[in-house]
Design a binder for this molecule. Sequence first.
Ligand code: SER
Length: 317
Amino acid sequence: MIAKTLIIGACGQIGTELTEKLRAEKGNENVIASDIREGSEKLMNSGPFEILDATNYNDLEDVILHYNIDEVYLMAAMLSGTAEKFPMKAWDLNMSTLFNALNLAKDSKIDKLFWPSSIAVFGPTTPKDQTPQKTVMEPSTVYGISKQTGERWCEYYHKRYGVDVRSIRYPGLISYKTAPGGGTTDYAIEIFHDAIEGNFYRSFLTENTALPMMYMEDAIRATIQIMNADPTKIKVRSSYNLSGISFTPKELAKAINKKIPQFEIDYEADFRQAIADSWPSSIDDTEAQKDWDWKHEYDLEAMVEAMIEGIKASKTS
Ligand code: SER
């Protein structure tokens, strides 16, 4: 039997592409998209869609019972940049949605939960290069504190109540289908839009700020792969390190220049520089490779090509 799936935050950067992919795999009617706001016509019309505020336990439970949901992907969150501006709101949103989903799983209203964590769980005292799965974690951002806390609760609910929760520490995700909102790694998306428009780009991170990144297609594949893995293979119930590509704004600009030679960039750091400086430059994801056979596909060159082609194609369609 095909598991009935609910995606919370389906209109967001990850949610849109996850919904598209899962609907293609499982059949449109088996994937219920939900968000606090409306999304694209394409997303809302390609299968069941619900306006849902997942901070409200009863509303979430109603949707889960109504559609007989088996598994939930909880993709709603306030990202790092915005969270620094609205700390209490970010904490509230990021934690209450997680607790609602964990408690519904604990009460057997759903069988399985995916919850995304982030490289933001690491902090300035974490080893920066090839950051290991288990290491010092002293996050210094509101977003990072919420993700680190969330990881602890996921592991707790698994150990204490047997909840089947699975999680990945996403690096910065690069995509063109839906814009991200309020992240520190968003420069790596904005840059493409300006380059293709023939504009120059002013990066809000300095030229040598290396961060772990990943092309969205790899991230979606990882997400579905960990959810489909046999439960005995999931040894880490906090969240798995996941590694894709590591690069700096300067290196990205250089890679874009190979395709768009006239593109120019300059650098003017804003408050997000401090956030980026507290995060790793690259990630070691040996555990994910070992436990559920993870392997990323896109390198810098392939990602740049896919982004340029994708943005160009979406402008002409
Ligand atoms: N991309 C996210 C952000 O910048 C990190 O998880 O907030």
